[in-house]
Design a protein around this ligand. Structure first.
Ligand code: PHE
Length: 457
């Protein structure tokens, strides 16, 4: 057995974990869900969930990873008490990583395609309808979308094939650096637009009436789902980076840094998008098309819009790629942990698998568009997203939670010992009661209520 790879630096670990967390969830999902549920009030609920729910579970995932020194494919086998069945979760975790990539690679491809559309000036001079037409035109072309999806997959696997330190760590660090620089430039541009203030109000001043309109449970369910999604929790995607980590620092401290970075990016992405929407009089509640239709329209009307548009989609592409690379690293390590394969072989096999598995999502927008799995107008992508985001992530998080707190699992003592090993913030002792007896019920309750709401309409 080869020795397990390690990160070269603490910054590497933090930026890769943040890179995994910072993704389409922050820059695509968060803005459109916030727009849909009416802005600031939703943001507030979301922030609360990040702290009371996301953070503790992230610490647990890292602990399981670091203690087991394995990916989610084997970590439960290593840590569970003899004769117990916790390792069943490993199949769901693996399925979750694959399923996530089955639709994520397609959206990643759209982002890169849009970089080139902006550079080439394809949007210049188009009317709003025509800009919408470009997006719908893209969805109607299976070959075009397949090409960009394959480029995304090849690029990301290529980086993973270079190794943990030389590939994943080095490239992600660079991308995250650029991501922050571009984000700051875009933020300044957006909040200084004439009329930006209305957007800031929508985004930052809560209007609880909006929440009543949708029903409190639906909004809370959406906020909870978003907090799992944005922090990449519940399918072991973060745990893997714990397994590459040394014992120098406590996991609570590191998790706080990662959560803060993730939240910072999401909040700033909103600061780019909402002021711009209001400044140019477009509806932020547009839904998933927000960044592909609404924003190109805005850039069209803006001085220097082609440059800002290009920068924006480079930023989006980096966010998407850093998450894809992180999840590919998971997928690669599953095969290595399970079959003892070398990195190169794991890359090759999974590359083919992921391309094939991504096809249903691509074809769901055109060839199979009559198939609407979740009701009129929905696509295969919606189905995959629903399975992962609304089921595997919350339920998987629940398993990590119980595993770390229950004496029938890995147990509190082992968890705390691992989490608190090293220098830095320790896991607060008073929180034991909360995470053991209250948090699981919060997750379960909201999960069930979300279903009831979704399917009772
Ligand atoms: N956190 C990522 C994002 O915000 C998505 C993700 C979810 C990645 C679960 C890995 C695991 O886009």
């Amino acid at each position: 057995m080869e020795k397990r790879e390690k990160f070269s630096s603490r910054l590497g670990f933090i930026l890769i974990s943040a890179g995994c967390a910072v993704g389409l969830g922050n820059v695509w999902r968060f803005p459109y869900i916030t727009g849909k549920y009416g802005g600031a009030a939703f943001v507030l609920i979301y922030l609360i969930f990040l702290v009371i729910l996301g953070l503790p579970i992230m610490i647990m995932e890292f602990s399981v990873g670091r203690a087991s020194q394995k990916s989610a494919a084997r970590s439960f086998h290593v840590l569970e008490p003899k004769g117990t069945k916790w390792h069943i979760e490993s199949y769901f975790a693996m399925a979750g990583n694959y399923l996530l990539m089955m639709f994520y690679t397609t959206v990643g491809g759209w982002m890169i395609a849009y970089v080139f559309k902006n550079i080439s000036g394809e949007f210049t001079g188009l009317s709003p309808e025509e800009v919408g037409g470009v997006f719908n035109g893209m969805l109607a072309q299976p070959v075009y979308m397949t090409v960009w999806m394959v480029i995304t997959v090849l690029l990301s696997f290529f980086i993973c094939s270079l190794g943990l330190q030389n590939g994943v760590e080095r490239i992600t660090k660079i991308m995250m650096g650029f991501l922050f620089v571009i984000l700051i430039i875009l933020c300044i541009r957006s909040v200084t637009l004439d009329g930006a203030i209305e957007g800031l109000k929508f985004y930052l001043v809560p209007d609880f009436g909006k929440i009543a309109e949708y029903g409190i449970f639906e909004v809370v369910f959406a906020a909870m789902g978003q907090s799992f999604f944005t922090l990449s929790l519940g399918i072991g995607a973060m745990a893997i980076f714990g397994s590459y980590l040394s014992k120098e620092r406590t996991l609570t401290g590191e998790s706080i840094s990662i959560c803060c970075l993730d939240t910072l990016v999401a909040i700033m992405a909103g600061l780019v998008i909402f002021p711009a929407c209001f400044a140019f009089g477009v509806d932020p509640g547009e839904g998933p098309g927000l960044v592909f239709v609404t924003l190109p329209n805005i850039f069209n009307q803006m001085a220097g819009g082609r440059i800002f548009g290009t920068l924006f989609f480079v930023f989006m592409s980096f966010a998407a790629l850093s998450s894809i690379i992180a999840v590919f690293e998971n997928i690669i390590s599953f095969s290595r942990d399970l079959f003892g394969w070398e990195r190169k072989k794991a890359v090759l096999v999974n590359l083919i698998a992921i391309i094939l598995l991504s096809m249903p999502c691509v074809l769901g927008f055109n060839v199979f568009s009559s198939f609407a799995p979740l009701g009129a107008g929905t696509t295969i992508q919606d189905l995959e997203d629903f399975i992962v985001s609304n089921n595997l992530l919350p339920l998987g998080s629940l398993v990590y939670l119980l595993f770390c707190t229950s004496r029938y699992g890995w147990g509190w003592k082992n968890f705390i010992k691992e989490a608190d090993t090293g220098k830095g913030v320790k896991f607060p002792k008073w929180a034991r009661f909360y995470v053991s007896y209250i948090l699981p019920f919060i997750v379960l309750f909201i999960f069930v209520m979300g279903y009831v709401q979704k399917f009772s309409r």
